[in-house]
Write a protein that binds this ligand. Sequence first.
Ligand code: F6P
Length: 470
Amino acid sequence: MSAGPSRAGRLVVVSNRVATPRQIATGGLASAMRAALSERGGLWFGWSGKIAEKAELHHRHEGGIDYATLDLTRADHDDYYAGFANRALWPLFHYRPDLVDYRRSHLEGYLRVNRLFAERLAAMLRPDDTVWVHDYHLIPLAAMLRGLGVRNRIGFFLHIPLPAAELLITLPRHRELIGALAAYDLVGLHTARDLRALETYFLHELGGALRPGGLLRAPDGRTFRAGVFPIGIDTAAVAQAAREAAALPEIQQFKDSLQGRALIIGVDRLDYSKGLPQRFEAYAQLLEREPALQRQVSFLQIAPPSRGAVPEYRRLRHELERSAGHINGKYATPDWAPIRYVNQSFPHAVLSGYYRTARVGLVTPLRDGMNLVAKEYVACQDPRDPGVLVLSRFAGAAQELDGALLVNPADTTEVAEALARALAMPLQERRKRWRAMMDVLERHDLGSWLDAFLDALYATHPARAGQRGG
Ligand code: F6P
């Protein structure tokens, strides 16, 4: 617990997905939010995950936390979530303007749902509540709350990258949308690169100004703070789970199935930002370039399907099925499959056992806000015989984990070479690299991220919320 500014009043967390205890028990962010909320009692507000005839609000009190979740109508879900959030903002913010499918009706739906969230939330807020809004689904929420007269402290954290201004300006009505960030008291981002993008956008596109102490001034005179807060994991708990996982029967069985082969592991939502086709191609190159590795290595790619309502995700799924089938068809022998491609998710305890078993963690997104898999892979290693992390330079985690072998995921030959190097790396070098990364993860864990963001948010002055003029 931080000894920073006093945290009077409730904390109110707002996110598109709400992890009620019954819905999900795992996940770094979910457990962090739950810890922060149950510490002093708080409210978690967001989408119920259900599509219904009417946008009905459900209340529940569990584990010391009040949950308020809202159903979405089919049209709201399709325009806001499957539409603008995941067919315009997601691809653009992940540097894929080619995949942006912008439709005015989607933007209208996005604004409509943000307005609906604002109205429902405003009715539940108390004067001394502090509100923390999460992610790209809800960028204009504070501006809409302000419009309804809400003067509370409101913070925002973006869990995905913020792209360069040159890309942001390709979004229709970008000034309205990105400019709406000025209605927050604090905007948190994962990396210095994201912060630079925000500052450049405000200075050059909105004609705002940069004030000392990380303050940005919007053209209407409103100031807000923006800062870098790289999210961490619960390092001690993850390491502990990995130590205990060895005793799980499924981990024992899995190890037996490897028959002594070195394991390469990848774990990602099935998403085009994760660079999975390139990763498969790099692995195929490894097998081609290093025939001695054939039958000596196994690649487990866990990729639970995601956002199936969005056509790009369905296309990717087919592409990966073809690619995995092709590689297995070309290299497999009756007793060895080069790729084990699994479209399923696993409990955290089991995953941590897989991570600990793997000689190489392969994390090669084309872009990623942070990537917690990279951090979890490191925390799960056995300090006596740790594996090697091969990590994309374009994941936020690369800013902190320089003990990894850093690669450009688009250069499949470079990734294949890094895999060969990782598989051959001597124990001493593996230990040195792992220790350097683990030090970072122990210093900057999930609790310290939570404290750093909340201290900075509570240090902002709520009265500024109504302030105008420069
Ligand atoms: O980390 C980015 C993020 O979009 C979260 O906001 C989200 O909950 C998670 O990925 C999974 O995506 P979705 O909620 O669309 O299934």
